[in-house]
Design a protein around this ligand. Structure first.
Ligand code: G3H
Ligand code: 13P
Ligand code: ZN
Length: 285
């Protein structure tokens, strides 16, 4: 069933595990995620980026996820990933999203507070949950040194101020991960997660989690991460399976036969992540 992001993340926060938030762009990925969630009896968040909304259209994304959620026995939230645009956030709320992210992290603290507070007021009035971000998560392609990188990590004082002044529901923090494939092994600042968790006592979100080793993921969850965003690992497993099938079967042109192996491969890695994050078996209704 479809529930709010807050309901899912408060349960994870209370019980000390993390829920996977998987990016959706088409029907096969929606089905891969819901099948993995049912297989592992896991609550799940399906999220659409601005790029996904541009590719598939907000109505298609919303309709596909709602059908998946209605048919499923596990709790499902529909979330806007990295929302930066006021009109688009309103459009998602009107289309039945149960959670939105307002990413004003590129702004200075005061501006971030102002923008986030405005979205929290509107979203909460509509019964929709809000994730915000502070610190700079960035991409793996950003060629910066370790010192420069640490300077972009979330400052606990700033995080506390953002939470207190806006009433947001969950917070994305910068602690050493980056979006996209990693060149080397990412080094996470686990003590920073602990400090922020102790100070805020709210659900925390880890972005750029594809390619982060299992041991680091588990440690991050122990320290207080409750939502783990995965996109690149889904893309890679889908791509690999589709290419392999197409190469081995050059005469097949039926899209169902070509994309089916991608859906199956994505389902398998998503189910593995759910077990790794500790959400397997945690569906409470
Ligand atoms: O955080 C970014 C997600 O991986 C979405 O990527 O903007 O290419 O859809 P995208
Ligand atoms: P990855 O693509 O690195 O998994 O990041 C996903 C993400 O953070 C979506 O917001
Ligand atoms: Zn992200």
């Amino acid at each position: 069933m479809l529930v709010t992001g807050k309901e899912i993340l408060d349960h994870a926060h209370e019980h000390g595990y993390a829920v996977g938030a998987f990016n959706v762009n088409n029907m096969e990925i929606v089905q891969a995620i819901i099948n993995a969630a049912e297989e592992t009896n896991s609550p799940v968040i399906m999220q659409a980026s601005q790029g996904a909304l541009k590719y598939a259209g907000v109505e298609y994304i919303s309709a596909m996820v709602k059908v998946a959620a209605e048919k499923a026995k596990v709790p499902v939230a529909l979330h806007l990933d990295h929302g930066t645009n006021f009109e688009q956030i309103i459009m998602c709320i009107r289309n039945g999203f149960t959670s939105v992210m307002i990413d004003a992290s590129k702004h200075e603290l005061d501006k971030n507070i102002e923008i986030t507070k405005n979205i929290v007021g509107i979203a909460h009035a509509a019964g929709v949950s809000v994730e915000a971000e502070i610190g700079k998560i960035g991409g793996t392609e950003d060629d910066i040194t370790v010192d420069e990188k640490e300077a972009t990590f979330t400052d606990p004082d700033e995080a506390e101020k953002l939470v207190k002044e806006t009433g947001l529901d969950s917070l994305a923090i910068a602690v050493g991960t980056a979006h996209g494939p990693y060149k080397g092994e990412p080094k996470l600042d686990f003590d920073r997660i602990t400090t922020i968790k102790e100070r805020l006592n709210i659900p925390l979100v880890l972005h750029g989690s594809s390619g982060v080793p299992e041991e680091s993921i588990k440690k991050a969850v122990e320290r207080g991460i409750n939502k783990i965003n995965i996109d690149t690992d889904i893309r890679m497993s889908f791509n690999e399976a589709v290419r392999k099938f197409a190469n081995e079967n050059p005469d097949i042109y039926d899209p169902r036969k070509l994309l089916g192996p991608g859906r199956e491969a994505a389902k398998n890695i998503i189910a593995d992540k759910m077990r790794m994050f500790g959400s397997a078996g945690k569906a409470w209704r």
